[in-house]
Design a binder for this molecule. Structure first.
Ligand code: NAD
Length: 246
């Protein structure tokens, strides 16, 4: 399977979306969960980054899972993020459904981004709902040593606006689901496709391109599968499309 086949599918599609996961950002220096160098090597993030642990064992939450959130600071979009932003700018890509919470698609210039696992721009109080910046939330833990950090207004417990294991899915997921009902091409990049309910979305698309270093459960259904680094593959595919337009 080739870059040219992927480029042809993209040019022909009328309603193309991308679905991205943690592998999208490893080239920006952020570990994923499940590859050899991922967080699962020394942590069960399904437990450490869960609503239950946040509420019942805050010491564990802030000494284990919290590291995944602070690792996201000061990271830059990579070639893969920029290639997807370019595809949207060229009119081929309608939007990105991302499981990532690192804000890197938006920083790369992508406009229509569905953050189905939340984001790390804000945190809020579980009692009164007051919202504060993510930086302030992190500072309260890291600089002030507050575990758990509490609301300055009502002393309720603060939590990040990311979707953790045990949380409900946000409106962004419903919006992404609606888009999938008319999606004729889904480009999956950097996801093991093992985290539900996002893992069901590829079954809704008419055509599928998968770019992932390791095999996924959808490889046999996909039109094009590239077991390659995302930055290289997407840059080459976009270059082919740009070349054809000239
Ligand atoms: P995952 O860790 O289960 O799978 C990542 C996949 O990406 C792996 O199969 C790996 O082989 C592949 N990969 C890694 N680097 C790659 C590269 N450069 N090129 C091609 N493929 C590459 O991740 P997931 O499916 O997104 O699910 C895990 C959950 O982890 C998600 O809910 C996500 O929110 C969360 N998470 C997010 C971040 C982030 O925001 N950057 C980081 C870690 C975890």
């Amino acid at each position: 399977m080739s870059y040219q086949e992927a480029a042809d599918l993209i040019v022909r599609a009328k309603n193309m979306y991308a679905l991205t996961g943690a592998g999208m950002s490893t080239e920006s220096g952020i570990p994923d969960f499940r590859s050899d160098t991922g967080y699962y090597k020394d942590m069960n993030s399904a437990e450490a980054l869960s609503r239950e642990v946040l509420l019942n064992d805050p010491d564990r939450f802030y000494h284990e899972g919290f590291r995944i959130l602070t690792d996201l600071f000061n990271k830059e979009p990579n070639k893969g993020h920029k290639a997807l932003a370019k595809l949207e700018e060229m009119g081929y890509l309608k939007g990105i459904v991302t499981q990532n919470i690192d804000n890197l698609h938006t920083l790369a210039g992508s406009k229509n981004v569905f953050e189905v696992h939340g984001h790390t721009r804000t945190a809020h109080c579980l009692s009164c709902g007051k919202s504060i910046s993510f930086q302030e939330y992190v500072d309260r833990v890291v600089k002030e040593g507050e575990i758990p950090p509490r609301c300055s207004h009502c002393q309720g417990v603060l939590r990040p606006d990311v979707v953790m294991f045990g949380d409900m899915m946000p409106q962004a997921f419903q919006d992404a689901y609606t888009c999938m009902t008319s999606c004729d091409l889904l480009l999956v990049a950097g996801s093991s496709l093992q985290v539900a309910p996002v893992s069901y979305l590829p079954s809704m698309a008419k055509h599928l391109i998968i770019i992932n270093k390791e095999p996924t459960p959808y490889d046999r259904q996909a039109d094009v599968v590239l077991h390659e680094p995302i930055g290289k593959a997407l840059t080459e595919i976009v270059a082919l499309i740009e070349g054809e337009k000239k």
